[in-house]
Design a protein around this ligand. Structure first.
Ligand code: NHF
Length: 457
């Protein structure tokens, strides 16, 4: 049994992206397998539970009052920090300075709360902090309490912070230059540094090489209890029938269904690669295209939204674009009905979409990067165990080729596809569980874990 102190800027129900899901699952699973977990997180306006602690922190020569509310959430003790700024609902704001102010306040107040908890209940065995926004808190906890620390990077941000924030945070010793990269600081003060897939670790070796000897990976898991076929509304209907029905609800006739779901951005998710690939198929393979249905779901960059909508209006019988947030339950119905899910990311530390797809029997076609590459077993590598198809990133031609290939297989070899669906379900349920992840985190906490070694590659 270990007593683990976890720091995260997001914790469910406060959620911006996959980070909240990951931290919450890690904390809850660690609890389930017999550990005690305390989570420190800014309230971001979500105040729940009992006020257990109050302190002033000195900041910019003035004083700021911080209150801490404790709640029990699925066995985890969650401590939410509140002040005028920490209560702001914009998780990564308000603005760049507001966000940094939150990070500094959260850091200083963490020391106060830990002083209080240590006095009452003793010291945690381990500090586990996630992503760079918790670096002030982690560095201060390391400075005052010397806990062994694991730093998990869910996605490198590569930003720089003016040194004065570190001085304000009482961490001047970590800021010898005018601009400081907080991810370096986190990795420097930690004993073990992890990221969420092996491929992502090596793709970002330029960063991790600076911490060789500490750096390793711990794969995420996937919550198959939610992403589960048994919970589908039409679970008793054959998959084909579910597909026909859901396409109809969306105003499309039946066809071979491909889905993209994700943020429309220009830097990561690759929706532009997909739109180009679809244009290419529509122009050059009209007969094949007429059998295909594309559901393109997500929002973000206005230019990309406009492009997707324009394509949708050009081919209204084949393409449905939805630029709004869908309920998780409806997304589950979609995964459980479509034939293929396309994940064209430029990079992906782990990636949830291909996992959710595999849980629900949709076959992923994904970029051969990061966690996508590590979780999908590609048809062209191992036909027996295949769970999907990998394609090079940023390559619309290759993606168009993969879409055509899969749609032809759908007609010619439906048995192979059913085997792939089965393989995918097994892979997501057995190989990527949160329990596996947490067993490996425990090893990281004890520094009893294999490391990435450049000269052994
Ligand atoms: O799944 C949770 C998530 C990852 O690939 C994802 C990402 C951010 O970019 O670990 O963190």
């Amino acid at each position: 049994m270990m007593k683990i102190l976890m720091l995260g800027f997001e914790y469910l129900p406060v959620k911006v992206g996959g980070l909240a899901e990951a931290i919450t699952s890690i904390a809850e699973t660690l609890t389930k397998i017999g550990n005690e977990v305390w989570v420190f997180t800014p309230s971001h306006g979500h105040i729940e539970g009992e006020k257990i602690f109050e302190t002033n922190i000195v900041i910019y020569g003035g004083k700021e009052r911080i209150k801490v509310y404790e709640r029990a959430q699925n066995g985890v003790r969650v401590f939410a920090f509140s002040s005028n700024l920490l209560n702001n609902k914009d998780v990564y704001g308000p603005g760049w300075e507001g966000m940094l102010g939150k990070a500094v306040q959260f850091g200083k107040a963490s020391v106060g709360l830990l002083n209080y908890l240590i006095e009452k209940e003793g010291k945690p065995d381990i500090l586990h902090f996630h992503d760079w926004h918790t670096v002030f808190a982690a560095a201060l906890i390391k400075k005052y309490f010397q806990l062994p620390a694991t730093f998990t990077i869910h996605r490198l941000n590569k930003s720089k912070i003016p040194a004065h924030y570190f001085h304000t945070a009482h961490l001047g010793e970590l800021a010898p230059y005018p601009d400081i990269d907080p991810e370096y600081v986190g990795a420097y003060i930690a004993d073990v540094v992890t990221t969420v897939s092996k491929s992502y670790l090596w793709e970002e070796w330029d960063f991790y090489r600076n911490f060789e000897g500490k750096a390793t990976y711990v794969y995420n898991g996937i919550a198959c209890d939610f992403w589960n076929e048994k919970l589908l509304e039409n679970k008793d209907l054959p998959r084909e029938e579910r597909r026909r029905k859901i396409l109809e609800t969306l105003g499309l006739s039946d066809g071979i269904a491909f889905m993209f779901i994700g943020r429309f951005d220009k830097g990561q998710k690759g929706v532009d690669t997909l739109l180009k690939a679809v244009e290419d198929i529509a122009e050059n393979n009209p007969t094949e295209f007429s059998k295909m249905r594309f559901l393109i779901i997500g929002k973000g960059d206005p230019e990309l939204e406009k492009w997707a909508h324009a394509l949708g209006s050009r081919y209204p019988e084949n393409i449905k674009v939805i630029t709004e947030m869908l309920k998780r339950e409806f997304t589950r119905e979609l995964y459980g009905s479509v034939d293929f899910v396309i994940v064209p990311s430029y990079f992906e530390p782990f990636g949830l979409v291909q996992m959710e797809a595999m849980c629900l029997g949709a076959i992923p076609i994904g970029s051969a990067v990061g966690g996508i590459k590590d979780t999908i077993i590609s048809l062209d590598e191992d036909e027996e165990k295949a769970t999907g198809l990998l394609v090079p990133p940023r390559d619309p031609n290759a993606l168009a080729g993969a879409i055509l290939k899969m749609s032809q297989l759908r007609e010619k070899d439906p048995e192979l596809l059913s085997k792939m669906r089965k393989n995918g379900k097994r892979r997501s349920k057995e190989d990527f569980t949160w329990e596996n992840a947490c067993k490996r985190y425990i090893k990281a906490y004890r520094n009893d874990i294999d490391k990435a070694v450049e000269f052994l590659r």
